[in-house]
Design a binder for this molecule. Structure first.
Ligand code: GSH
Length: 203
């Protein structure tokens, strides 16, 4: 089995789907967490000056979605053909669009502007995405694609705490099919083990 290393800050956020995918098959990995004060020096050594970074037998990769897609293939949570992969990717990209829209508000530096943007986020953007995502999960029997467990489900649940933190609310509340996705993923043996032993972090 290859040796895996995941390098990120001491948060779940963009690295957690990668940690979930490896944990799903109980694949051991070196879980490296960079302290904020060490980051400026380490940043200079990163391919794009950012994390997460994954190493597979010493080979370095970056870009969280590309890495998650790779790991999905290693653990059998990808599609059986190109069309199935497309369906999974559509769900993942939609979840990622949602993340970017929430992030654009959370990381708005001007407090007054952030307040205004948050009103639109709460009244329009979040309801729009939650309705669409809930409908997708309803149409796929509590999954995001193919009516079965795929890496789209692990991706969503992996970044959910981060989304909730940025949105300042529990996004799955009152959304029974999104709740089902969450419960299904968190009930997987490998994920349960990982969640029980991972460092406690807010996001
Ligand atoms: N598209 C990249 C984005 C990575 C990214 O935004 N990383 C942030 C943390 S979430 C980062 O490294 N920030 C520190 C910096 O830019 O100095 C991915 O998905 O991996």
């Amino acid at each position: 089995m290859p040796e895996y290393k995941i390098q990120y800050f001491n948060v779940k956020a963009l690295a957690e789907p990668l940690r979930f995918l490896l944990s799903y098959k109980n694949i051991p990995f070196d879980d490296v967490r960079i302290q904020k004060e060490d980051w400026p020096e380490i940043k200079k050594t990163m391919p794009m000056g950012q994390m997460p970074i994954m190493e597979v037998d010493g080979k370095r990769a970056h870009q969280s979605l590309a890495m998650a897609r790779y790991l999905a293939k290693q653990v059998g949570l990808n599609g059986a053909n190109d069309w199935e992969d497309l369906e999974i990717d559509m769900a993942v990209d939609t979840i990622n669009d949602f993340r970017n829209k929430i992030g654009a508000v959370q990381y708005e530096a001007d407090e007054e502007v952030q307040k205004k943007k948050r009103v639109t986020l709460d009244s329009e953007i979040i309801p729009f995405y939650l309705e669409k995502l809930e409908a997708m999960a309803a149409a796929n029997d509590g999954h995001f694609a193919l009516s079965k467990l795929t890496w789209a489900d692990l991706y969503f649940v992996g970044i959910l705490d981060y989304l909730n933190f940025m949105a300042k609310k529990d996004l799955t509340e009152n959304h029974p099919n999104l709740t089902k996705v969450k419960e299904t993923v968190l009930a997987l043996e490998g994920i349960k083990n990982w969640v029980a032993k991972r460092p406690e972090t807010e996001l």
